[in-house]
Design a protein around this ligand. Structure first.
Ligand SMILES: Cc1cc2nc3c(=O)[nH]c(=O)nc-3n(C[C@H](O)[C@H](O)[C@H](O)COP(=O)(O)OP(=O)(O)OC[C@H]3O[C@@H](n4cnc5c(N)ncnc54)[C@H](O)[C@@H]3O)c2cc1C
Ligand code: SF4
Ligand code: SF4
Ligand code: SF4
Length: 390
């Protein structure tokens, strides 16, 4: 039939079709791997094809621009930058839009540490969007809410993975003047079910409950890829804290090596320099070599200004940061996903096979990772010096 059932493994899970069907005959169903895909009630479908028009896989007409300008970015506010994943550029955009009286959409944990897109209208809630959650964020009904806000004349900032931004444009069927978008450089998303299983494993290991998780904590070793989790004991009397390098962890290792991503990520249409958002933000990993004077342990973002609106947004947030001019080549260092999608490793075929087994996480292999193990124990300054002379 002529509906989104034909999108299959190319589906990015944006939920635009579900929110658009006039007959409400699309529901999002979790696959065995734990990713959601549309399921169409064929008996109710009238083949109007609206879902296909609103699907970013089918409708690719929106907004693909090569960056006009590249910046390196360090948020001036210490508390803000320390909570953010890299230089806090996405957070500055959120802060500015809230100050204008606008609303911001982005990924946040709920109390069970399930990640979904939420609407933020007050500054006190901005913190929820900060830092990267390395799992697919459930868009829920954020597109429909954003559409309502836009129609009511509010300034809206929508942040997310490039496919989520493309889904929003397809859902809206255009680019309203009061909408700003920020996409992230993205190498792929693991399934929410995998993350849930992992948290259950951590609960077991610590004989408590994980109450806080930060994939990009800077508390112990500064800007890098260290997670920090906090658990509460069963009696709720004590809080324990644990940090570890992502690549040495059962979840983090597989996120980093890319054998657990949603199938669409291995053929990602956005893994290149033709960007979908008004701004693109990522980690400026090469800054220590190209502009060593601008490097900071607190983190540096790369900000790509892709559109005129992106320039307008950048102008309104620039006072919140220290910035320097950079080139696309400099920002592309260690950013394979600006060149091509993550390569699908053979291990992906079997990665999720045993996800329903109780010992799924126990049986995940982390490997020796000798280089990362050594790096995780030697002083950060020394790691940086070694990187610079490499
Ligand atoms: C799955 C994933 C893969 C990534 N891959 C790369 C990469 O290969 N290279 C690279 O340079 N950067 C990557 N990033 C982006 C990077 O981790 C930082 O988010 C980015 O540098 C912005 O940092 P910041 O300090 O400006 O943002 P912060 O101020 O920390 O704000 C974080 C922003 O990220 C958004 N966000 C967080 N988690 C998610 C999620 N699961 N889905 C959608 N949006 C989310 C929030 O809504 C918020 O706008 C990835 C991010 C994600 C979520
Ligand atoms: S073709 Fe129309 S009725 Fe059928 S699923 Fe798509 S939007 Fe719904
Ligand atoms: S990509 Fe989005 S709109 Fe297209 S089928 Fe998947 S969930 Fe539906
Ligand atoms: S890699 Fe591409 S398809 Fe996968 S989540 Fe990121 S933007 Fe979406």
């Amino acid at each position: 039939m002529e509906n989104v059932a034909r999108i299959k493994e190319k589906c990015v899970g944006c939920k635009s079709c579900e929110q658009s069907c006039p007959k409400h005959c699309i529901s999002m169903v979790e696959s065995n791997e734990g990713f959601w895909y549309p399921s169409v009630d064929e008996k109710s479908c009238i083949e109007c094809k609206l879902c296909l028009k609103k699907c970013p896989v089918e409708n690719t007409a929106f907004h693909r621009s090569k960056p006009q300008k590249i910046w390196a970015w360090r948020n001036k506010n210490d508390a803000d930058i320390m909570r953010s994943a890299s230089g806090g550029a996405a957070d500055s955009a959120a802060k500015a839009v809230l100050q204008m009286g606008g609303v911001v959409y982005g990924a946040a944990y709920d109390e069970q540490l399930v990640v979904s897109h939420i609407e933020v209208t007050v500054d006190a809630e901005r913190e929820k969007l900060q830092s990267s959650k390395y799992v697919q964020s459930d868009p829920k009904d954020s597109y429909a809410k954003a559409k309502q806000r836009l129609a009511g004349g509010k300034t809206v900032l929508f942040t997310g993975t490039p496919c989520q931004i493309a889904g929003l444009y397809a859902f809206l069927g255009g680019n309203p003047e009061n909408l700003y978008t920020v996409d992230l450089i993205c190498h792929g998303v693991p399934s929410p079910k995998f993350f849930k299983k992992y948290l259950e494993y951590q609960n077991k290991q610590t004989a408590g409950k994980v109450i806080y998780f930060n994939f990009r904590s800077k508390d112990k070793r500064g800007w890098g890829t260290q997670y920090l989790l906090k658990t509460k004991t069963k009696t709720k009397t004590k809080t324990k804290t644990k940090t570890k390098t992502l690549s040495l962890d059962r979840y983090g290792k597989h996120f980093m090596s890319g054998d657990c991503y949603r199938e669409c990520c291995y053929q990602c249409a956005y893994a290149n320099v033709h960007r979908v958002g008004d701004l693109t933000i990522g980690d400026f990993w090469g800054i220590g070599k190209s502009h060593p004077e601008f490097y900071s342990e607190k983190g540096v973002s790369s900000v790509f200004v892709n559109t005129e609106k992106g320039q307008k947004l950048f102008d309104s947030i620039k006072s919140k940061a220290l910035v320097i001019d950079a080139t696309l080549e400099e920002a592309m260092v260690k950013q394979g996903n600006l060149v091509h999608p993550t390569k699908r490793p053979l291990e992906r075929d079997t990665f999720y096979r045993d996800i329903n087994c109780d010992d799924f996480i126990d049986n995940l292999n982390v490997g020796l990772q000798l280089k990362d193990r050594v790096k995780s124990v030697i002083p950060r300054n020394l790691v940086r010096i070694l990187k610079q002379i490499k």
